[in-house]
Design a protein around this ligand. Structure first.
Ligand code: SAM
Length: 303
């Protein structure tokens, strides 16, 4: 029986009926937890967390907070994080061999998605025990669901690398794809990421989706330079948890690579258009018609 208080309404749920599946012994349940709003957890997840013999949590304090909110008395709460995942996975196999019900949660969202879990699942599967998903919140899926774009196909790249060179080469790849790309980002890197986007994908529409399910949930939409201006204008927008979506880009073939544009700008006063195109096509790939139109435009604005 669970008692939940939502906006001063008391909900009492009796989970003893078959809404909440009976847990099988010697099984691992990978359970998604809320990404902000504590009410975003399934009835089945609560039931399984209550029945578990062992809950493997990333940070036990974070999970304890969730369990307290639902009055769940945990039998055995242990920490399974990136640093001890393999060692703990072997312990989990031992507990499974004793017939125990094990659950794994991360601090927020779906385990294994930029969070510990995948190595645990691999080791438990190789040891021959069943693994069940208890789905729920996931920041990247939540962000996509409120972007209002075609999500038939997208690439999720996790967190962008912190090193400038590595980040820059990721942006080179993004600049060459027309597909939707999604990544996670942190407040202290968001401005440098936008700078990279301004340089490499200046015309792409971005969605910066912050604090999903929390008080200051916000969706900012614009080019990288428009988003940067918004973030500098209101520094609160640089805070919190965030997902960036790089929208689908139809005109990818029509965009001149930045390096071609820079060289073309240098050469436009010195050489005839045809000569510039011939010269640059030796060193880069681009749409010649686009460069022709670009140079024509430049020349006529000089006249
Ligand atoms: N496993 C999680 C999931 O299913 O989404 C992701 C964990 S990853 C360590 C944490 C990152 O997810 C954050 O830095 C942020 O980029 C994103 N994230 C998590 N919660 C979020 C939220 N409420 N709003 C926006 N982004 C969020």
């Amino acid at each position: 029986m669970y008692t939940i208080l939502i906006e001063n309404n008391l909900f009492i749920m009796n989970l003893s009926h078959n809404l909440a599946q009976i847990c099988e012994p010697s099984s691992l349940y990978v359970v998604a937890t809320p990404i902000g709003n504590l009410a975003d957890i399934s009835i089945r997840a609560l039931s399984i967390l209550e029945k578990a013999d062992v809950i493997c949590a990333e940070d036990t304090r974070v999970t304890q907070h969730l369990l307290n909110a639902y009055g769940i008395k945990v039998k055995h709460l242990v920490s399974l994080r990136e640093q001890n995942e393999v060692e703990m996975s072997n312990k989990v196999c031992q507990w499974l061999s004793e017939g125990k019900i094990i659950t794994q949660v991360s601090d927020a969202g779906t385990p294994g998605i930029c969070d510990p879990g995948s190595r645990l699942v691999k080791i438990v599967r190789e040891a021959g025990y069943p693994i069940y998903s208890v789905p729920g919140a996931c920041a990247l899926i939540s962000a996509l669901s409120i972007a209002g774009i075609n999500t038939d196909k997208f690439t999720f790249i996790g967190f962008l690398p912190s090193k400038k060179g590595e980040k820059s080469s990721i942006f080179d790849k993004i600049s060459k794809t027309s597909e939707v790309v999604v990544c996670y980002e942190t407040p202290h890197r968001i401005l440098s990421t936008l700078d990279e986007a301004i340089e490499k994908i200046p015309n792409r529409k971005l969605f910066l989706i912050r604090e999903i399910t929390k008080t200051f949930e916000t969706v900012l939409i614009g080019t990288a330079s428009e988003l940067k201006a918004l973030l500098l204008d209101d520094t609160n927008q640089q805070r919190g948890e965030m997902v960036i979506i790089f929208d689908h880009f139809e005109n990818i073939d029509k965009v001149l690579p930045v390096e071609v544009q820079v060289l073309a700008d240098e050469l436009v006063e010195l050489l005839p258009i045809k000569k510039i195109i011939a010269l640059l096509s030796n060193i880069a790939e681009f749409n010649k018609k686009e460069l022709y139109a670009y140079l024509l435009d430049k020349k006529s604005s000089q006249d």
